[in-house]
Design a protein. Structure first.
Length: 304
């Protein structure tokens, strides 16, 4: 069995919580994996099953809760303009330095993949590979993709969504029920939702500052500070091996992630048939097989 350590590091005027999973049988050359969760503000819980990489590939796995959510410091009264991608780039750099990781892999899911690209375009050094999972290269592409998927929902569901968004009543039970229809098609096709996903969702709903400020009330009604975000024109600056993955029914439609493949030199893509946005929860073994093979390709060469 792997060994798990939980602790915090100082960050800004608070602290960042992290969880380290170490394998009982480390594999020579297997570099640590840093996992970046989504949201923004969804905490790490729904990605916890990726700790299985420790025993399966003999590498250390690092999860954390980004500042403002989960077990890290919350700042519900912080100015809205303080919640910007650079904040989380700085947090990642601080965590890597705090843990003394050296060379490592980065895997980001959804917003975490957006953040991973923001980190990689800055060329900080030490990144052996980047896995971008279920992520858009711009929020406009994300919104356009969501509109296409919404148009495929039953007419009464579309009507409820539009009516409540227009009225500003996105906390109405009818609206929440309509969003669940979208979620079960395009966010996580496991019904009922896995416990780890529910845990992330519940902590976000209990204190939604980061998610609501940067994104909006849900996955497809984006009215927060990220609404104009794009990394497309900077992707040629990424100089690390990159794998882009998504699900066949993903709310991150092919058009949203294609710029990563087209603009990052040597980037590869993989689509999981039958899966949606939370591929790692829907097809955990196959997800880890595909990602694990990519990580192994770009591990350090063990000493002879």
């Amino acid at each position: 069995m792997s060994r798990i350590t939980e602790s915090t590091m100082p960050f800004l005027d608070g602290e960042t919580w992290y969880r380290i999973t170490e394998p009982d049988h480390p594999v020579a050359g297997a570099l640590p994996l840093v996992v970046l969760h989504g949201g923004p503000g969804m905490a790490h819980d729904y990605l916890r099953n990726l700790e299985a990489f420790a025993d399966e590939t003999g590498r250390t796995v690092v999860h954390s809760d980004q500042f403002g959510c989960g077990r890290s410091s919350h700042r519900p009264d912080a100015p809205a303009d303080s919640w910007q991608p650079q904040l989380f780039v700085d947090e990642y750099r601080a965590l890597v330095a705090h843990l003394g990781l050296g060379d490592h892999h980065v895997l980001g899911q959804s917003w975490g993949g957006m953040l991973g690209s923001e980190i990689a375009v800055r060329r900080p050094g030490g990144i052996a590979s980047l896995s971008i999972c279920n992520s858009p290269a711009s929020m406009q592409l994300w919104v356009d993709g969501a509109a296409e998927l919404r148009a495929q929902l039953p007419a009464e569901v579309q009507d409820a969504l539009t009516r409540h968004e227009t009225a500003g009543t996105t906390d109405d039970p009818e609206y929440l029920a309509a969003t669940q229809v979208f979620y079960e098609r395009h966010v996580c096709r496991v019904v009922p939702m896995p416990a780890d996903f529910v845990a992330s969702e519940e902590q976000m709903e209990a204190e939604p500052t980061v998610y609501h400020t940067m994104n909006g009330p849900n996955e497809f009604h984006v009215i927060g500070s990220l609404r104009d975000w794009s990394v497309i024109d900077r992707l040629d600056q990424v100089d690390v091996p990159t794998l882009v993955v998504a699900g066949e029914h993903d709310e991150a439609t092919p058009a949203t992630w294609q710029p990563f493949v087209e603009r990052i030199a040597g980037a590869r893509q993989h689509v999981f048939p039958g899966a949606s946005h939370c591929t790692h929860l829907e097809q955990p073994e196959e997800f880890r097989r595909v990602i694990g093979a990519f990580l192994a390709e770009h591990d350090a060469q063990p000493p002879v």
